[in-house]
Design a protein around this ligand. Structure first.
Ligand SMILES: Cc1ncc(COP(=O)(O)O)c(C=O)c1O
Length: 341
């Protein structure tokens, strides 16, 4: 951190490269390109995959605005799909071969689409394992290091990919569209790029956290997730089901009763000092900026999840930060509440 300060190399220096190396090592993806945020990373990944104004983009109707911010600036035609009512993740969008699909690993629970065929918003999936390996070795994955993530810095994001050509385009897009070379200030601009370079200060933190903090945080996220989801299942509340062979590092734990009001459960939890927060209370097509521009889809499961579920803990004190005692207390509170509700 101090050496980042003294180097006066504010972007594009050794910490950006070290964060990319650490992410390649973590995921097993051959290439990593760091960005200022995951929102920028997704925007760039869409452009690098050929997204253009009016071109179709298949995406689930449940999720977070940051997934679609870049898409809306590009002006793609959003084709929404309903989600699996058990996981909240994408079901097979039955897109035409070669069509662009952008889909998240909701709250760290991995989607089950073929990863090489889609762009994954893996913002919430740091620490998640599939078949014992960290998710992200194959396909295009977009990562976030923003304040509430398992690896948190003031800001930061990245794209990982196995495609060297795609990685080169991503580097150009984040750097004004300048062709790679040493004298960037005079480089030829051959793409419509942006200044999406991450700061060396943030990347210095990201390197530390990816290397030293993530293994413990991910382990804790998996433990707490397993315990709380078991309790939720025992008391008859909704929780995200976990696909076979996967071990999610639960970035958030979502519960409630899809399609029903959350008022009574939320109030009972608040009354017993268990904080909750709302995330995704509007389906994506409900946002005026992201309204459906393709044929209207049946998104009943997405709407029921949005209306009937919320997240345990707060954004700054999510379940993976809870101690054993705190986790036990939340589980006991859920049991008590559900006996009386
Ligand atoms: C699912 C999802 N997508 C995208 C984003 C945007 O990430 P960033 O804050 O790094 O731009 C977030 C961040 O909260 C997120 O949770």
């Amino acid at each position: 951190m101090t050496s980042a300060l003294y180097s006066r190399e504010w972007t594009g220096g050794r910490y950006t490269r070290a964060a990319e190396d650490a992410l390649r090592e973590l995921t097993g993806a051959p290439h990593a390109v760091a960005f200022q945020s995951c929102t920028a990373a997704i925007h760039a990944a869409l452009l690098a995959h050929g997204a253009r104004r009016g071109a179709p983009l298949h995406t689930p109707a449940f999720g977070f605005a940051g997934t679609l911010t870049g898409a809306s600036h590009i002006g793609v035609r959003l084709l929404y799909h309903d989600v699996d009512p058990h996981t909240g993740n994408s079901v097979d969008p039955a897109a035409a071969p070669g069509a662009l699909v952008l889909t998240p690993d909701l709250h760290g629970v991995p989607h089950t689409l073929p990863r090489g065929d889609v762009i994954t918003d893996a913002c919430q999936a740091l620490g998640t394992l599939v078949d014992g390996q960290h998710v992200g070795a194959v396909g295009t994955h977009c990562w976030s290091f923003s304040a509430t993530k398992l690896v948190a810095a003031p800001d930061g994001g990245a794209v990982t990919t196995e495609d060297e050509g795609l990685a080169d385009v991503l580097r150009q897009l984040r750097d004004y569209g300048a062709e790679p070379g040493t004298a960037r200030a005079n480089a030829r601009i051959t793409r419509p790029g942006h200044d999406w370079r991450p700061s060396e200060l943030s990347m210095a933190l990201v390197v530390e956290e990816l290397t030293y903090r993530l293994p413990g945080a991910a382990c804790r996220a998996r433990e707490v997730g397993e315990q709380v989801c078991k309790t939720l299942a025992d008391v008859g509340l909704w929780h995200q089901q976990v696909p076979v062979g996967t071990e999610p590092a639960f970035h958030k734990i979502r519960t409630g009763l899809p399609g029903q009001s959350t008022t009574a459960l939320g109030a009972a939890l608040a009354g017993l000092n268990v904080p909750t927060h709302e995330w995704g209370r509007h389906t994506l097509p409900e946002h005026p900026q992201f309204w459906e521009s393709g044929p209207e889809a049946d998104v009943t499961a997405a709407a029921e999840l949005a209306a009937g579920t919320f997240c345990l803990g707060t954004e700054t004190c999510p379940p993976w930060t809870w101690t054993t005692d705190e986790t036990d207390l939340v589980c006991a509170t859920l049991e008590t509440i559900m006996e009386t509700l």
